[in-house]
Design a protein around this ligand. Structure first.
Ligand SMILES: NC(=O)c1ccc[n+]([C@@H]2O[C@H](COP(=O)([O-])OP(=O)(O)OC[C@H]3O[C@@H](n4cnc5c(N)ncnc54)[C@H](OP(=O)(O)O)[C@@H]3O)[C@@H](O)[C@H]2O)c1
Length: 306
């Protein structure tokens, strides 16, 4: 049985990836920072990533056969306000962990972001030059570079995703679900384009990339891009909410504190060729989100919170 270390296991990606991996027969060990989870079907440890010198021993003690490094300061505004912490956690810790994994001779997957691009062009492939616009994106790009340098055979997966999280407030899908289900009006950005995957579909792809021994940088996105407004409308339609509660606006009208890249549509040809199958489209992802809602995944996740 493969023992998989999932860092950031209390996060949106981490918890869904850990559950998916357990379902596929992995022995999972998860790292958290502050959050303690209860009754999870995997072992947990608390490791603060900013304590860089502690990480190699912590990794060795976890005895993994592979690592998927999901943990990060993933909130753009938090990173913007805490650049030194973002540097330690998002930029430096990945390199330290990747080097430790290389020394142990085990595969390492670094989770990165579409936000490394400035959003001026769209249809971004792995060959396009990054140009991050904010502290979060700069620190994630620096994290990629640290991993490439420490462990050239690591996988760097650039992602963007949505799904059900532990506290029910982490993803854009939950933002639309929570507001629309209560009849509350929200804005939907028409000029902010992305290619998000449903997080469980992303988890499957990450585990497949590991099993196929991929190395290098890959774009793991939906095969279809859409605006955040269109995404909200798709959620409204699938869950039977009133889509007229979503007002189409430009991102600039949202007065967001941190600068964001606008057109992050992505090219997924490289990963499709490597895995030999189509990536899920926009409709398929929302369908999977709805199926897991019907199966009670939200309640299952909420029960893990101590
Ligand atoms: N959400 C997206 O659409 C998106 C898009 C592009 C890329 N990404 C990347 O995907 C990965 C996962 O994102 P997510 O949305 O799942 O994040 P999230 O829900 O915010 O979870 C972040 C995780 O990182 C842990 N963490 C934060 N600071 C830490 C520290 N100092 N030491 C140890 N652990 C720490 C958190 O632990 P605690 O809960 O204990 O604090 C939590 O488990 C990140 O690398 C992010 O950059 C996300």
């Amino acid at each position: 049985m493969t023992r998989l270390l999932v860092t950031g296991v209390s996060g949106l990606l981490g918890i869904n990836l850990a559950l998916e991996a357990v379902q596929q027969g992995f022995d999972v060990v998860g790292w958290t920072n502050n959050q303690t989870l209860q009754n999870t079907p995997f072992q947990q440890e608390t490791v603060a990533l900013e304590n860089l010198e502690s990480l190699p021993v912590a990794l060795q003690n976890a005895r993994p056969d592979a690592v998927i490094h999901c943990a990060a300061i993933a909130n753009l505004d938090v990173a913007e306000q805490n650049p030194q912490l973002a540097d330690l956690v998002n930029a430096q810790a990945p390199g330290v962990l990747a080097l430790a994994a290389k020394k142990l001779g085990i595969p390492f997957v670094q989770i990165s972001t579409d936000a490394v691009f400035d959003g001026s062009k769209g249809n971004y492939s792995e060959d396009d030059l990054p140009n991050p616009l904010n502290t979060y994106a700069q620190s994630k790009l620096a994290g990629e570079e640290a991993v490439r340098q420490a462990y050239p055979d690591a996988i760097i997966a650039r992602v963007v995703f949505y799904g059900w999280s532990l506290a029910g407030k982490r993803s854009l899908a939950e933002f639309f679900f929570n507001n629309l289900s209560q009849g509350k009006s929200v804005n939907g950005f028409t000029d902010s384009i992305f290619s998000p995957l449903y997080v469980r579909d992303l988890a499957d792809l990450l585990l497949e990339a590991l099993s196929k021994n991929l190395t290098g940088t890959y774009h793991l996105f939906s095969s279809e891009s859409q605006s955040k407004y269109d995404f909200g409308v798709a959620i409204a339609r699938r869950f039977g909410f009133d889509e007229s509660l979503i007002t189409p606006v430009q991102t600039a009208q949202g007065n967001l504190p941190t600068k964001r890249s606008l057109n992050l549509s992505a090219n997924t040809t490289k990963i499709q060729n490597a895995l030999g199958n189509e990536l899920p489209g926009a409709f398929e992802g929302v369908e999977h989100l709805f199926e897991d809602y019907q199966k009670g995944l939200r309640q299952q996740l909420a029960a893990f919170l101590a």
